[in-house]
Write a protein that binds this ligand. Structure first.
Ligand code: NG1
Length: 400
């Protein structure tokens, strides 16, 4: 193994905490979800793909029983005793790293001090899963430092528990599986009930996905996200009174919804309608990718957005404007919000030759929404080559 990282994060680690050999550097990508939104925590189906933006973590073991952390892009540090628990006060960014360390300590896999630096290119709070990328890169780096290797789904589940336990977000497993397992040029179709997954090649020779960062970011914990989860749990509680085999919305289909329509309060019924239809859309979307039918795939993306807007009620006026603008442009096959909603990004499928005009139109729309630097700050970008999670420097060669 050699060094393929440019070494920015590892250099910062040495500069801040002192030179010592043996820092392992790992990277993990953010992800964009192509279709299957708000289904992961309902044991449903999702189809994300990794992106080229990533989090990088450099870590090394130390003789002191301390943990020293450096967030390179924030120029912030945090230090604590080796034994960590969610009750300690810490900056938000440190939660994800400490959470992974706590899980490893619990399993007896981390029993020495650690110096760790992190940095990267995934924008925070934009719906591209910077937190899952950080958890995944942290775990991979520590696997390298302490010489063990977790099975990928087990690794994703460990990172997912960190999100719930340390960040208080009751999310599903999609982000962590996409970051750990995602392959460039492939969608990752995940069954969030049994964690089964398969890689679906994306037939994108003449087409591309375009991401638009709405620049309206959201706070997830304590937000409407957890309210949506509670709505889904209420639906399961009501429906399972008559049909005890229903343990999640995955067990519900259109017929069950129609037969029980009068039992569900209208808001809860709308939430169910979204989840049930979205699972069907993911099934069909997978078939479209395999058949190379991007026209229908685009229609499913747009239908997903409409359902998120009208039934799940997680869109925003700005996200709707961005989707409508995209759909009004020539060569666009479909467009939708991606991630939890309430802000964050949209994803649009377009012919490659239509992308320059589409990008200009979306930048103009953002400017009208008050994002003056939409063009110069790269708020609209074509999904380029993704990266794959892994160790990029095993620390064997000392830094110059
Ligand atoms: P984003 O908005 O990308 O963080 C969130 C959840 C996912 C999933 C989607 C909705 C977190 C960290 N992730 O994604 O698990 O539920 O919303 O499909 O909350």
């Amino acid at each position: 193994m050699s060094r393929v990282s440019e070494g920015r994060v590892a250099s910062a680690l040495s500069e801040r905490f002192g030179r010592a050999p043996g820092a392992v550097v790992a990277r993990a990508p953010g992800r964009v979800n192509l279709i299957g939104e708000h289904t992961d925590y309902n044991q449903g189906l999702v189809l994300p793909t990794p992106v080229g933006r990533y989090l990088e973590v450099a870590a090394r073991a130390t003789a002191e029983r301390r943990i020293r952390l450096l967030a390179v892009d924030l120029d912030a540090t945090f230090e604590t005793d080796l034994c960590v628990a969610p009750s300690i006060s810490r900056p938000g960014w440190a939660s994800y790293v400490l959470g992974v360390m706590e899980s490893l300590q619990y399993r007896g896999l981390l029993d020495a001090g650690v110096d760790l630096a992190l940095g990267g290119t995934v924008p925070r709070g934009a719906g591209l899963s910077s937190s899952a990328a950080l958890e995944t890169a942290t775990l991979l780096a520590l696997e390298g430092v302490f010489g063990f290797e977790l099975e990928p789904v087990e690794a994703a589940r460990l990172c997912h528990q960190v999100e719930e336990r340390w960040a208080g977000v009751r999310c599903g497993i999609m982000d962590q599986m996409a970051s750990r397992l995602g392959l460039p040029d492939h969608g990752l179709r995940i069954d969030c009930r049994d964690f089964g997954w398969r890689q679906i090649p994306l037939p994108l020779s003449d087409h591309a996905f375009v991401i638009t960062d709405s620049r309206s970011h959201r706070q997830l914990s304590g937000s409407a996200f957890n309210e949506r989860r509670r709505d889904c749990e209420e639906a399961v509680a009501i429906l399972s009174q008559d049909i005890p085999s229903i343990t999640s919305l995955r067990d519900v289909d259109e017929d069950i919804l129609a037969e029980n329509a009068d039992q569900l309060p209208p808001r809860i019924a709308r939430r169910c309608r979204h989840v049930v239809a979205e699972n069907d859309r993911v099934r069909e979307a997978e078939r479209c990718l395999i058949a190379g039918d991007l026209g229908r795939f685009g229609e499913l993306m747009t239908a997903s957005h409409e359902s998120l807007r009208d039934d799940y009620e997680v869109s925003s006026p700005r996200l709707d404007r961005l989707v409508d603008t995209a759909l009004g442009m020539p060569g666009v096959l479909g467009s939708r919000l991606t991630g939890a909603g309430f802000g964050g990004c949209t994803v649009t499928l377009a012919r490659r030759d239509a992308v320059p005009a589409l990008r200009s139109a979306l930048e103009e729309e953002l400017r009208q929404c008050g994002v003056a630097d939409a063009e110069s700050s790269g708020a609209v970008w074509q999904l380029g080559p993704a990266i794959r999670a892994g160790i990029v420097d095993d620390g064997a060669v000392p830094l110059p």
